[in-house]
Design a binder for this molecule. Structure first.
Ligand code: SAH
Length: 448
């Protein structure tokens, strides 16, 4: 995560966009970001009156209110990405990130037998930079797409960010729906000529062969927190601090809750556990869609494979921030538990990963792509920025190891290349046939 600005420079034969960047992953770093307190801290008042009325609230409810409350939620109110924001993400660091993900989408579409309809679905697109870089790749490789009907579908809860995305992707040529209740709340055409629609929920996205992308989306979904005690698992909840009524504190509630009885695995070895049931539900829905309609999902986030314990934290101005202090003014996040997502996906789809961002990007050919860009770029400061961006993304001490990639695929994808079935369920796969295309990123890119 870091601060970013966009600059246009020219490469041989085409326009090349290079993002200028300076500092900062979410876990550390400083910036001069301005305080953005809510007037009289409305969010704190909202939360304390809720707790006074019903008792302590789960961390999941706290996160949901703070981040996505429709009136004063952090994501609803803010453009939090960038130099004046609270954190910065890989697509904002370097154009190469989005370009390689664009190649990944193409590779999976080819591996699935080049269906005639191709939906690109992105969850939580932030400023739209990732989709923008991917659509540029699609435009440049239009020939490879062979006339497939490509459409773009963005699942975004924040009206404010959807406006930023529309500006980035359509040049502000988008229309907002007349009624707030419409499942498609904004529509437009990308600067590269593809239809784009905005939704609040996955359920509203049309069915059909789709490549789903979620970059730094699952970490923003609400988690429940549990503590192992002598009496068994107990939920950690948010309460009013009795010593300072204007402050909140975390408490371990004495009696089991529905969540503490339902969400912990019988063989759980950790003493402190975070579970994100909303993430589990989304993964199950994705798995069903991929199994029935064809396609793949790529989830990229900082995460672990069922090993970490207390990862709930806040970020403000590129610095760690107390999760309970001035709620609504800072980002809240928790590492993604990929072992939980894999369990929720079940046998419906084939899962691969998590693999580290460094390995994924190297398998996707980031070294070659960097060399090509450097060869075509004479400006010393742009060259330095390209190299810095590469280092930030791949260095194990920066984002290279902490960020992980995980994919869910239609089972037929790993057996043999399919001819297009127009988005229908794949036929049983014969034993003979050409070997399937390797799944790029999880092994070396196999396209020539
Ligand atoms: N993917 C972007 C932005 C990450 S920030 C990037 O990597 O740069 C998280 C994004 O998810 C924001 O766009 C936020 O508004 C969106 N978001 C958070 N919770 C959401 C929810 N429940 N449904 C849909 N979008 C959500």
């Amino acid at each position: 995560m870091l601060t970013a600005a966009c600059r246009k420079t020219t490469g041989p034969g085409r326009t090349m966009y290079v993002r200028l960047w300076s500092v900062a992953q979410r876990q550390s770093f400083s910036s001069g970001s301005a305080e953005k307190p809510l007037p009289g801290n409305l969010m704190l008042r909202h939360l304390t009156s809720k707790i006074k009325a019903t008792g302590p609230i789960s961390v999941a409810e706290y996160m949901r209110e703070v981040l996505t409350n429709p009136v004063m939620g952090y994501y609803v109110q803010n453009d939090m990405l960038g130099p004046d924001g609270d954190f910065i993400t890989s697509p904002e660091i370097s154009q190469i990130f989005g370009e390689l993900l664009g190649i990944w989408c193409l590779s999976e579409w080819i591996g699935a037998g080049k269906p005639s309809r191709f939906q690109l679905v992105e969850f939580g697109p932030g400023r739209g930079s990732l989709a923008n870089d991917i659509l540029r790749v699609f435009s440049q490789l239009r020939g490879a797409l062979g006339g497939a009907a490509v459409s773009v579908h963005l699942v975004e809860v924040s009206p404010k960010l959807s406006q930023v995305q529309a500006q980035c992707l359509t040049g502000d040529q988008s229309q907002v729906s007349a009624s707030e209740d419409e499942p498609v709340y904004r529509q437009g055409t990308s600067t590269t000529g593809l239809p784009i629609s905005w939704y609040r929920n996955l359920d509203d996205v049309p069915r059909g062969f789709s490549i789903y992308l979620a970059h730094e989306f699952f970490d923003a979904l609400p988690i429940h927190k549990f503590q192992g005690t002598e009496k068994g698992w107990r939920e950690v909840m948010v309460d009013i601090d009795p010593d300072e009524p204007g402050k909140l504190r975390l408490v371990i509630v004495p009696a089991p809750t529905l969540a503490s009885t339902q969400l912990i695995q019988a063989d759980e070895k950790r003493r402190h556990v975070e579970v994100c049931p909303e993430g589990g539900v989304i993964v199950q829905r994705l798995a069903n869609r991929i199994a029935e309609d064809g396609g793949a999902a790529l989830i990229a986030d900082y995460g672990h494979d069922g090993t970490k314990t207390d990862t709930f934290r806040g970020f403000k101005g590129h610095k760690l921030h107390d999760v309970l202090a001035s709620p609504g003014s800072a980002d809240l996040t928790a590492d993604v538990d990929y072992s939980y997502l894999r369990r929720m996906a079940g046998a419906t789809v084939a899962c691969m990963g998590p693999v580290s961002q460094k390995d994924f990007l190297k398998n996707m050919g980031i070294d070659t792509r960097l060399q090509v860009l450097l060869r075509n770029c004479a400006d010393p400061s742009t060259r330095a920025q390209l190299i810095q961006g590469y280092d930030m993304l791949t260095n194990p001490l920066k984002m290279g190891e902490r960020f992980q990639f995980f994919t869910m695929l239609n089972h037929s994808r790993l057996t043999r290349p399919e001819q297009s079935k127009g988005g229908k369920k794949m036929a049983p796969v014969p034993k003979k046939g050409p070997a399937p295309l390797p799944v790029a990123g999880f092994s070396e890119l196999g396209l020539s």
